[in-house]
Design a binder for this molecule. Structure first.
Ligand code: DON
Length: 583
């Protein structure tokens, strides 16, 4: 544990003394959620792997060392920037590259239907979408890693899995946070599933500083290394998953995932959502994530508001402590964004999401009309947003050629559904809870969603995960993302603003206090860590309820600041970040 804590505080900064758009090698940088993934990513880059190789290897390592969120049984999103391989040295023109987005989000099983989690009285059955066999969507991670590697990977697939296999076989040291979360989850699920869950046998006994070996998982990873993603989707692992789904005796408890679900699962290349802001291009997650749209809406609305309301902005700013003014303005913008999220967003393969319109200047100009700079605007007339819970994980990588990967993936809750695939040693997700279990009605977490996000067979559930890349002059300026459920959006937004507008270093930007408002609960601002007494008093005087949120993300940020690469892992987590030269 001490190893992890100590290492979380170091970052190094290496000067970039050449123009950012030349094709000379630059330092590589990583910002990873734990020390094992950091070691692996660095090793792969040092061995000549590119950012995608490092991402794939790290994703499999995290499935071993970060079992609460790193996964084989979950899904996620990957945003990628590939620099143009042609040199433009002669003209010194910015060497534009191309951005990509891979959607490997889970899908509802074919047997799922709109009222899956309702009883005969159309009431939501508590926790059924969160705990146990029916909570899982069809996993996407293994197909996603395979697909991105097929197209962009450089080193052999098998080699990329070797660190993960070794860590599963030989074990790794259990950190205190992992041990604590494992116990917490055990207590959390105990009364929420009608049948006992095998999570207990696999993870409930993790002790701080003990060595945790996962021989079944090592076998699974070896199969994936040798046979590729098909081992998981049509081979032995698919059979193990389906067998596990059938284990409960009662039909009501059996899982829904079938061989047809697994065979039919595809990861999808989508257009990343892109918006212009402050001379930059924000490249982020499109639907089925709400993240990219929401972050671009927040950034653009902030700028529009600042420009169009200059005198009242300055007056209100002068009357409040700095942090309180920020928290209020963010809350005003955020309640509008989360209202849009709940109403418009869902799987683009099932519904039309008006992306262009939602991030257009015209729409956002009209959207800020009701914003009040010195008072709280009306909540009743806005559509409700959504409250989610941890755990997910994010990493950011840039290689020496400027290829960047921003990856967020998850099981949803820490340790997902609590169901482990026996013989295969990995946990299944509980991502089905990200659907609106009953459109228009709050579920057990206070989640309210609309028709756009109701359950349908093979549909992807709406997400907030927002792996983001910021481009300036056609080159990567930032690679950023975080876990944190619905707070992901506001954490990424604040990290970007902290660097671009507040002039913070990467470390300051990720460590700075963050605030979060998501329309509901009404007038509630969550914060982490502490805010000053003056800030709190000012916000309370305005009518806000303040709530300390013990968990608000784990931002992993790489940023080029004034020609220097910096990498930083959030002090809230156990991350390790480093900038290093390959020489
Ligand atoms: O996709 C989503 O938005 C959620 N399932 C993510 C959950 C999450 O971030 C929990 N994290 N700490």
């Amino acid at each position: 544990m001490s190893l992890i804590k100590t290492s979380s505080t170091y970052i190094s900064v290496i000067s970039v003394w050449f123009l950012p758009w030349t094709v000379m090698a630059q330092p590589a940088a990583i910002a990873m959620p734990d020390i094992y993934s950091a070691q692996t990513a660095k090793q792969i880059l040092m061995q000549g792997g590119n950012a995608v190789d490092a991402a794939v290897a790290s994703a499999f390592v995290l499935a071993v060392t970060y079992p609460e969120a790193g996964n084989l049984g979950g899904g996620g999103f990957l945003t990628l920037f590939e620099p143009n391989k042609q040199s433009n040295n002669a003209t010194h023109e910015p060497n534009q590259g191309k951005s990509y987005f891979l959607d490997y989000r889970e899908k509802a099983p074919l047997a799922a239907f709109r009222d899956l989690y309702l009883d005969s009285n159309k009431a939501v059955v508590p926790y059924r979408s969160l705990v146990g066999y029916q909570a899982s969507g069809v996993p996407g991670t293994v197909r996603g890693m395979w697909k991105v590697h097929q197209r962009f990977g450089h080193l052999p697939w098998k080699r990329l899995l070797s660190s993960a296999i070794q860590l599963a076989k030989q074990g790794f040291v259990v950190s205190e946070p992992l041990a604590q979360r494992a116990i917490w989850y055990q207590q959390w699920i105990i009364d929420k599933s009608p049948i006992p869950l095998n999570y207990t046998a696999y993870f409930a006994d993790l002790k701080t500083n003990s060595i945790f070996k996962q021989p079944e998982l090592a076998k699974t990873l070896t199969l994936i290394a040798e046979q590729g993603a098909d081992a998981f989707y049509t081979g032995k692992i698919a059979q193990q998953i389906v067998k596990q789904m059938q284990k409960p005796e009662s039909m009501a408890d059996k899982g829904l995932i079938t061989l047809a679900d697994l065979k039919g699962y595809q990861a999808i290349w989508r257009q990343p959502v892109q918006g212009q802001w402050q001379g930059r291009t924000i490249v982020s997650a499109p639907p089925p994530s709400s993240g990219g749209i929401a972050i671009i809406q927040l950034l653009k609305m902030k700028s529009l508001l600042e420009e169009s309301h200059k005198p009242s902005w300055l007056k209100a700013e002068a009357n409040l402590p700095e942090q309180a003014f920020k928290a209020h303005v963010y809350a005003e913008l955020e309640k509008r964004v989360y209202a849009d999220r709940a109403f418009y967003l869902g799987d683009p393969d099932f519904i039309d999401v008006p992306i262009k319109q939602l991030i257009s200047e015209t729409y956002l100009t009209s959207r800020i009309k009701g914003v009040l700079l010195d008072n709280i605007s009306d909540t009743e007339s806005l559509k409700p947003g959504k409250l989610e819970s941890p755990e997910t994980t994010h990493f950011s990588i840039i290689d020496s050629q400027g290829m960047a990967v921003s990856n967020t993936y998850t099981l949803n809750m820490p340790f997902g559904s609590g169901v482990v695939i026996e013989g295969a040693g990995f946990l299944m997700n509980d991502e089905m809870d990200d659907f609106s279990t009953k459109p228009g009605v709050a579920n057990v977490f206070g989640v309210v969603g609309g028709k756009a996000n109701e359950i349908a067979p093979s549909k992807r559930m709406l997400s907030s995960m927002s792996p983001t890349i910021v481009l300036k002059g056609g080159q990567v300026e930032m690679v950023v993302g975080t876990p944190g459920g619905s707070t992901i959006i506001t954490s990424v937004f604040q990290a970007i603003v902290n660097v671009v507008e507040s002039g913070m270093s990467a470390q300051q930007a990720v460590d700075a206090p963050r605030v979060h408002h998501q329309l509901l609960p009404v007038n509630q601002i969550a914060y982490n860590p502490e805010l000053s007494d003056a800030t709190k008093a000012a916000l309370e005087l305005m009518g806000y309820h303040l709530k300390h949120n013990s968990y608000m993300g784990d931002v992993q940020l790489i940023a080029n600041i004034n020609g220097h690469w910096q990498a930083a892992s959030d002090k809230r987590g156990q991350g390790v970040s480093e900038v290093f030269s390959l020489d």
